[in-house]
Unconditional design. Structure first.
Length: 290
């Protein structure tokens, strides 16, 4: 009898263990829900667009967005994306996309540069997205990103014309990406203050707000994996800026403020950076080591 009871008790141990595991998981889930409720109710999380996402949050959102687009666009078939179609798309791009995304050598306007996440430059769209995926994004938009849905504002033919133009955009020289209507650049004189700034945190924040992370990988500034401009780590160790300017603090500030006046065919646009902001941005960039 003792042996039989012993066998029954041994048989109940796996069930008891499963109940313990289930109870532990439920308790952990309840704690997570409670913690989330406390964070939300307290208002601790800063929803302001002046504060960038933490990099893990940005990466998770971007991964989720990419998988969603790939799934929903899978059955869309692209028509022939001809040069004639891309020429139609150029005018549409100027009307509907340029303000937020800019173009090679043309900065987004202030609204686009003030959004969070910053709308990425579309010169790399062809490498990152298939034509059917770009078509889906334009038609449907992206929730909570500022990217609108154009389904009821553009015809399907116009949407494909935009997609065709995006296939052409990476091959265009910066000055020929769109018919240019540039304003006269501000004269570039000596920097008002060539001394290095000490406000590194303000410089890091300025690099985010001016949208520099949309083209360059910058340590400490969150964003997607970019393939437009060079990574900016180790900038202080380089001999030249933009390939030929001696790497002095004054030249770096000038380059940040007036790249088109220094190198007219550069894809880097003028972003209307103030003198103080440029000095702070230069200081932060110089602090980044390889």
């Amino acid at each position: 009898m003792r042996n039989r009871n012993h066998i029954v008790l041994k048989g109940k141990r796996p069930l008891t263990s499963l109940r313990l595991v289930a109870s532990t998981l439920l308790a952990c889930a309840a704690l997570l829900v409670l913690a989330a409720a406390v964070v939300i109710w307290s208002g601790w999380y800063n929803v302001g667009a002046a504060v960038q996402h933490w990099q893990p949050v940005y990466t998770l959102l971007e991964f989720s967005m990419r998988r969603s687009v790939q799934n929903h666009a899978a059955e869309t078939v692209a028509p022939p994306l001809t040069q004639a179609l891309s020429r139609q798309g150029a005018g549409l791009y100027r009307s509907y996309c340029l303000a937020c995304h800019g173009a090679p050598g043309i900065a987004p306007d202030r609204m686009g540069r003030s959004m969070q996440p910053v709308p990425g430059p579309l010169a790399a769209a062809r490498r990152r997205w298939k034509p059917n995926e770009l078509h889906w994004i334009i038609r449907n938009g992206i929730k909570m990103s500022g990217m609108p849905a154009w389904e009821f504002h553009l015809t399907d033919a116009e949407t494909w014309a935009l997609v065709a133009y995006l296939q052409y955009l990476p091959d265009a020289a910066p000055a020929r990406a769109l018919p240019a209507t540039p304003e006269d650049p501000e004269p570039v004189g000596p920097a008002d203050n060539a001394d290095p700034s000490n406000n590194l945190e303000r410089g890091r924040h300025a690099l985010s707000q001016y949208g520099c992370r949309s083209c360059h990988a910058i340590a400490g500034v969150s964003g997607s994996q970019v393939q437009i401009g060079p990574a900016l780590q180790g900038l202080d160790e380089r001999s030249y800026i933009a390939g030929y300017l001696p790497n002095t603090n004054e030249n770096l500030v000038r380059w940040i403020r007036h790249p088109k006046s220094i190198k007219p065919d550069s894809a880097m646009p003028d972003l209307e950076v103030t003198q103080q902001d440029a000095e702070d941005m230069a200081a932060y960039l110089r602090s980044l080591k390889k």
